[in-house]
Design a protein around this ligand. Structure first.
Ligand SMILES: [Zn+2]
Length: 360
């Protein structure tokens, strides 16, 4: 790090002030019913910490025993979400978020190919990627769809960088998608939401917005964690798709398909096991390091950290982590093959649906 200490000091002041009052205020009331179907038959799915940056807090996901929906309960308030998102994709976390996103090429290509199969011989001309992050989807998808113009929407600074890098033709950053939907009506042949809906407070409102923005015949592609994947029993709170505290809602594939139909879409293809992304053990290796060798310079951790903590952090990431990477990647590839052969559900599902004529 060659930066001056000034931003670090202001970061520290910010987090110290935020944490001084305790973190209870970041959470709303626990709700007694399922936000998807209203059932009161709820069961704790998992309790987890924030495993990437080790910001303080403990988060609970609950499962609805009636419809299978999993959701964060109690849910973070707007202030809480701001606290945990801060410095994750932007600020201190920007370089890492950019690098992590750059590895998404195989999944991004699979996403583009799925839509290409359903888009007709000329392919889509215009595509809006919602929750586009650092814009790598557009970069990678351009190999499959060289004539498509990609725009992106995201609240983080990555979307501006993607514009500068020439991967996006237009970037929307100031508004949420539901706020923009009316203005976007008819502008896109495809809208995609890759690992976006699970971050939203109301996934159905996002589907309603997509129905508003897309004309009949236009396509909607959704990919999100598959909460019915059996691997969750193996990895428990360290299962990467839980991703606390950012993931708020996990509709099951059945629930999401029904909701798409309710909002005027006809599902064309659903990928389940084949949408699995090999990442479980690699992320376990990362979480081992963030747990055993956390970065003592994080401004949300105590300011005075003993020298040995710094040493453990340095040695852990320089000497131990590199040794874990290859075995983890190999094991993840084996798991991926097993998922394809043995399981109905991988760690993600992918749906492409068409906006239907005359439906609300
Ligand atoms: Zn339910």
């Amino acid at each position: 790090m060659t930066q001056t200490s000034e931003p670090a000091i202001s970061d520290r002041e910010f987090y110290t002030a935020q944490l001084a009052g305790g973190i209870d205020r970041f959470f709303g009331e626990r709700r007694p019913d399922c936000p998807w179907c209203g059932s009161r038959r709820l069961k704790v799915e998992v309790r987890s910490r924030e495993l990437f940056q080790r910001k303080p807090g403990k988060f609970t996901l609950e499962r609805c025993l009636t419809c299978g929906h999993v959701f964060q309960n109690p849910r973070l308030t707007g202030e809480g979400l701001n606290f945990y998102y801060r410095d994750f994709y932007d600020g201190r976390g920007a370089a890492q978020a950019d690098e992590m996103s750059s590895y998404g090429s195989p999944a991004n290509i699979a996403r583009a190919e799925l839509v290409k199969r359903h888009a007709g011989p000329d392919g889509p001309r215009s595509w809006l990627d919602i929750g586009t992050g650092w814009g790598y989807f557009a970069k990678h998808a351009a190999d499959v769809l060289p004539d498509t113009v990609f725009d992106g929407l995201d609240q983080g600074s990555g979307v501006d960088r993607a514009l500068e890098r020439g991967w996006l033709a237009h970037a929307y950053r100031e508004n949420s998608f539901p706020e923009l939907a009316e203005e976007l009506r008819g502008r896109y042949d495809v809208i995609s939401m890759h690992h976006y809906l699970e971050h939203t407070t109301d996934p159905r409102a996002e589907l309603a917005a997509a129905a508003k923005a897309l004309e009949p015949g236009a396509l909607l592609e959704i990919e999100m964690p598959d909460i019915e994947c059996a691997l969750r029993h193996v990895f428990r709170s360290w299962w990467i798709p839980y991703f606390q505290p950012q993931h708020l809602n996990f509709p099951t594939v059945g629930n999401l398909l029904a909701a798409l139909v309710e909002h005027g879409f006809r599902p064309l293809e659903v990928q389940q096991a084949e949408a699995h992304q090999p990442a479980e053990l690699l992320m376990v290796a990362v979480f081992l390091m963030t747990t055993l060798a956390p970065d003592p310079s994080h401004p949300w951790l105590p300011a005075e950290s003993p020298q040995w903590r710094r040493k453990v952090n340095e040695l852990g990431w320089a000497k131990v982590f590199p040794k874990l990477i290859n075995p983890a990647i190999k094991a993840d590839a084996l798991i991926c093959r097993g998922v394809h052969k043995l399981l109905d559900h991988g760690n993600a599902y992918r749906i492409v649906a068409v906006r239907e004529e005359g439906k609300k």
